[in-house]
Design a protein around this ligand. Sequence first.
Ligand code: GAR
Length: 187
Amino acid sequence: MVKKNACVFISGYGSNLKSLISNSRNQNFPINIKLVITNNKHAKGIIFAKQNSIPILIINTKKNSFENDILREIRKYKISLICLAGYMKIISKKFINNFGKKIINIHPSLLPKFKGLDTFKRVLNNNEKKTGCTVHFVNDKLDGGKTILQKSFFIKKSDNIKTLKYKTQKLEHRAFSEAIINIYRYD
Ligand code: GAR
């Protein structure tokens, strides 16, 4: 199997990055992570990338040309899949078109419910019975691209923001990799 080169974008802790790195060590997993990009120089995920000798690009989103800087780097590494793993920055339509290949995102809700931020709080306030996560293709609408897969669980009366986050992220770590396997199933 010829693995695809992937780049993971992060802004924070990087637990999804960590699980992708770990799964990508399997020779049957369809991607190798060649580059990690972050807009946050303090992102904990940088440590995981360093421990695995994956190059890291820290971008300054105040710079007008930052998306061009990303594109240049991505071309250098012949990236054919971008995985947004807790990247808290909106990607422009121009970037999506210029990259022209697959971009996928993981979101901590059952889309189309609860797009955007503060999902766990909104899920609880809305008295939802179920919640979970969604892996979807990225288009120019916020959290609006085609769903690849979702995983869900029933919410208990005793759940709070912390427990919902913990349960959702546990599912995310499986969902992201399964979605990538699905994408390349017939390649
Ligand atoms: C994940 O739960 C992901 O779903 C969420 O950020 C977290 C990152 O965690 N993404 C969004 O909310 C995007 N709208 P991680 O840094 O530990 O992977």
